[in-house]
Ligand binder design. Structure first.
Ligand code: ARG
Length: 593
């Protein structure tokens, strides 16, 4: 394993970045007075080259008629090309259409860059982002309620975003904004007191299924006015800090916490809990600041922030004087910005909460906490996602029409994978531990990948048969593809560490070059996935990479060929990049199948 990068200088940045630097230099010479022109670099149609610089056309519209000696966009492109500093990374350039500069990268440079990565580690390929510290607010279940598939999506997507940002040298505060505060605790506590008059002896098992407990409390609350009143009093006592109530509250939180921590552990996910209750003491001060800034008004007994273009206001103090989800989120945003000094605040929830976050961010902009627009930092982003659907196209539920329990899904994914392994004869070949570990890696990986590979905004259908298929765009297929590469290397009997130092990578065959170029594009893909907060971009890259590898492997003999050393290095580089993709997607790789 490679240690994490400390020094920024070691990071080379993406191919796009490196080309941008060259074109930047050329632009400064070509149009010296247009100093704010940023180079526009994009991948291009492979028939014309590998990359393209698209500045000529827009530059021309800016400079024409202003005494420029250029006669059109094409001569501008021509000049950009001529003024390009010489570099070992470029093999040749050509002009196309209205001044596009096509670039063919040097194949030798591609090979050298890959070999350097193999020696120095994949961390040298991490993208360079502008942000130093970010908060990713994800998972965030509600106390006393079971985590369901909606929270599963938030947990999986949030973890991947955090991993990608961390890989890009951003310090990430992984925040679990659990719903551990609010009026529902009144009824829960009253029910708890009723069932266990002597709180000290309440064991976790005695409370049992917290969700059932929640339902029973809710039913009492709705049907029994005397109980309802007691519950409302309990809220007041809890918020007033009365010890007996605080204790009951933290007992309930603790039991819930143990439940979801088991899920995080199984999924290999790390989170730091700062629940709604954490921000409670800061709310009055924050609302006071907003009040002084003139943002808060009275409306039907409540205190609200009116948001332009919305039919209803952002309620920050309810008519009964209580705080709510919005007051907590305003305060959490303030805290993250001012106390935690985060530059990017990312919230991962279902799209149903889009409106809430739009209002929150607008309020923060009006308060001057965030700059207007969305192109500068500090910045807040809502990462919305769609529903998980069942086979019937409706919201995913079990037969009993209850919401699906997360743990049951993970159990089933694992046991299905284990059965498949046993069916393939691994039961005799492997130890029980190997079987278990592989079944977990593949099973949980499949659940995560099936979620991440879709654009997060679309609803997706949860289907075990599909996600556990070993063909097509699934984690099973990809994990096996990686394991197969590992076995090619193993069977060659060569020591890869030795090869990296003494061998030379040569990309002579067109399929070798295509694979090499694809490997090299890893950094810009991670950068794109981070900037647009879209994990599916990385999944698509990974799947295409495995296809490029398959093409290479079926057309280029590896073991026993004259090019064996070079091709083994290419296999190794592919395995390294695939492993990093798995890692960023929160999937544990397997090495044999
Ligand atoms: N607990 C909320 C829910 O289950 C999600 C919280 C998301 N984070 C936030 N800062 N609002 O819907």
């Amino acid at each position: 394993t490679v240690s994490t990068m400390a020094a920024d200088e070691e990071v080379v940045g993406s191919v796009k970045d490196q080309l941008a630097q060259l074109f930047e230099a050329s632009l400064r010479i070509t149009v010296p007075d247009q100093t704010d022109t940023e180079p526009l670099i994009a991948a291009c149609n492979p028939r014309f080259g590998d990359y393209q610089c698209n500045n000529a056309m827009s530059l021309w519209t800016k400079i024409k008629g202003k005494g420029s000696t250029f006669k059109g966009p094409q001569p501008v492109g021509q000049a950009i090309m001529t003024n390009l500093p010489s570099s070992e990374m470029i093999d040749s350039c050509s002009i196309a259409g209205p001044g596009f500069v096509n670039v063919v990268l040097s194949t030798e440079w591609i090979a050298k860059s890959i070999q350097k990565m193999l020696i120095k580690g994949i961390e040298t390929w991490s993208p360079k982002l502008r942000v130093k510290r970010a908060v990713v607010d994800f998972s965030s279940p509600n106390i006393a309620k079971e985590m369901h598939v909606g929270h599963l999506r938030s947990t999986i997507i949030g973890d991947t975003l955090a991993r990608m940002l961390e890989f890009s040298n951003v310090e990430v505060l992984r925040r679990n904004h659990v719903g551990d505060w609010g009026t529902q605790f009144g009824m829960l506590i009253e029910c708890l007191f009723e069932k266990f008059p002597n709180m000290e002896v309440v064991s976790d098992q005695a409370i049992g299924d917290l969700e059932a407990f929640y339902k029973a409390s809710k039913q009492r609350f709705d049907s029994d006015p005397v109980f309802k009143e007691r519950a409302q009093h309990a809220v007041v006592s809890l918020q007033g800090g009365e010890e007996r109530y605080r204790k009951a509250w933290s007992k309930i939180c603790e039991i819930s916490r143990q439940g979801y921590e088991r899920v995080y552990e199984r999924l290999g996910i790390r989170l730091e809990e700062k629940g709604e209750s954490f921000y409670n003491p800061y709310i009055p001060g924050v609302l006071e600041e907003l009040n002084q800034k003139g943002l808060i008004e009275e409306s039907e007994g409540a205190r609200v922030i009116k948001i332009e273009g919305k039919s209803y206001p952002f309620i920050v103090v309810k008519s009964d004087g209580g705080f709510n989800y919005a007051s907590t989120d305003l305060t959490a945003l303030w805290y993250r910005l001012n106390e935690e000094k985060a530059e990017w605040m990312i919230y991962v929830t279902d799209v149903g909460q889009r409106e809430h976050f739009e209002m929150l961010f607008t309020a923060a902009k009006r308060a001057g906490w965030l700059p207007p627009g969305d192109n500068s930092y500090p910045k807040a982003s809502h990462v919305g996602f769609g529903l998980v659907l069942g086979e019937d196209g409706k919201r995913f539920r079990t037969r009993s029409t209850e919401v699906v329990r997360l743990v049951d899904l993970l159990d089933e994914a694992k046991s299905r994978c284990k059965a498949a392994l046993v069916e393939r004869g691994k039961g005799d070949e492997w130890t029980e531990e190997e079987l278990e570990q592989t079944a977990e890696a593949v099973g949980y990986g499949a659940v995560k990948y099936a979620d991440l590979k879709n654009n997060r905004l679309t609803n997706y259908t949860f289907n075990f048969d599909q996600m556990l298929n070993d063909k097509g765009n699934t984690a099973v297929y990809l994990l096996y593809a990686h394991a197969r590469i590992c076995s090619i290397i193993r069977k060659s009997g060569k020591d890869t560490e030795e090869l990296k130092k003494t061998g030379t990578l040569v990309l002579a065959h067109s399929d070798e070059r295509a694979l090499g170029l694809h490997l090299l594009q890893f950094a810009e893909i991670v950068e794109e996935a981070c900037t647009n907060l879209l994990p599916n971009v990385l999944c698509e890259y990974l799947y295409n990479l495995s296809e490029d590898f398959t093409r290479f492997y079926s057309n280029c003999q590896v073991v026993g060929s004259a090019e064996e050393t070079s091709r083994l290095l290419l296999c190794e580089a592919t395995a390294v990049v695939m492993r990093k993709c798995f890692h960023l997607l929160g999937i544990r790789p397997v090495y044999k199948i």
